[in-house]
Write a protein of this length. Structure first.
Length: 315
């Protein structure tokens, strides 16, 4: 019994002692951490791409840029203190549209697939026949825009071209039309160009261009009452057939007979050359070229020899 009481007294004595104040907590023994399993990433696809691969199979359609699929050292962006960023993790390359699916071999493959749905171009319809049967040429542009607004302002512009020889115009109508269009006519190619861009839509500008061509054609056919009062002195350019020189040439070539119907007189090739030479001389001004052409045309018109005999050249 005494041993039991002594053990109880000893335990009570131990419990009555103060606990030790630990100012610095002893670190408990850490358990071993679990090692993270490292996932081995596959190398970029570009490292194993063969040189002669079919690119249309790699990039068959439109999609965002993927650096591991494009075997090109592309760079995009701006770095103030270094070179432009590479293609990996480059948002600049991802946000812009690309045309990697429209390579020449891919386009050729698409055309070959669409050939069975098309008919061959008529062999008889060459460029000359196209200009004859389809004299009006309309040029428009389409744009690929990457902003939220898919409408490009430049896409509304319509350019209409037509050869002046394709229009049925007499001398008066052609002269009046050229005065109305001004610098829109190119005499070297005989093409009249009308550009419309004042309407917001392409279709509206196309219809407006057709309206302008129609209005110009019908307005040039009109003859106002005041136009009959216009004399040769009021002409803005030199018109040989309305000048006294034309009547003098006819009188000289047909002497001793007189030409009564001067308006319907058919000009010879020599007269056509003389007409062009004197018109250029009067309208463009005098220079070595125009004077030389006028001299040669006059000699051909009057059937003069190339060199006069010596007795006619000396006084």
């Amino acid at each position: 019994m005494t041993s039991v009481y002594s053990q109880i007294a000893r335990s009570e004595k131990q419990t009555e002692e103060f606990r030790v104040l630990e100012l610095v907590k002893k670190s408990a023994q850490r358990s071993a951490r679990r090692k993270a399993k490292k996932i081995e990433l596959l190398p970029p696809r570009t490292n194993v791409m063969p040189v002669d691969q079919d690119w249309s199979s790699v990039w068959p359609g439109p999609r965002s840029f993927h650096p591991a699929s494009v075997p090109l050292p592309l760079r995009q962006g701006y770095n103030k203190k270094g070179v432009s960023p590479g293609k990996f993790a480059n948002a600049e390359l991802m946000k812009i549209p690309n045309f990697l699916h429209l390579t020449p071999p891919a386009i050729k493959k698409h055309c070959e697939a669409l050939k069975k749905f098309c008919t061959p171009w008529p062999e008889e319809l060459n460029d000359e026949n196209c200009e004859k049967h389809f004299p009006v040429e309309v040029i428009t542009s389409d744009y690929c825009f990457s902003s939220p607004d898919i409408r490009e302002p430049m896409a509304r512009i319509v350019i209409l071209k037509v050869k002046l020889s394709a229009l049925t115009l007499d001398k008066h109508a052609k002269d009046k039309l050229l005065r109305l269009v001004g610098e829109r006519y190119d005499p070297s190619t005989d093409i009249l160009t009308l550009t419309t861009d004042r309407c917001p839509l392409k279709k509206q500008n196309y219809e407006y261009a057709l309206y302008l061509l129609t209005a110009l054609y019908h307005e040039s056919q009109k003859t106002e009452p005041w136009e009959s009062e216009k004399t040769v002195a009021d002409m803005e350019y030199y018109d040989w057939e309305q000048n006294v020189s034309y009547k003098n040439v006819l009188g000289t070539l047909n002497w001793p007979q007189s030409v009564k119907d001067t308006e319907n007189f058919k000009l010879t090739p020599e007269m056509e050359e003389y007409k062009k030479a004197i018109s250029d001389l009067m309208n463009k001004g005098e220079d070595l070229y125009t004077i030389s052409k006028y001299k040669e045309a006059t000699k051909k018109l009057l059937n003069l020899p190339e060199f006069l005999p010596l007795e006619y050249t000396t006084a």
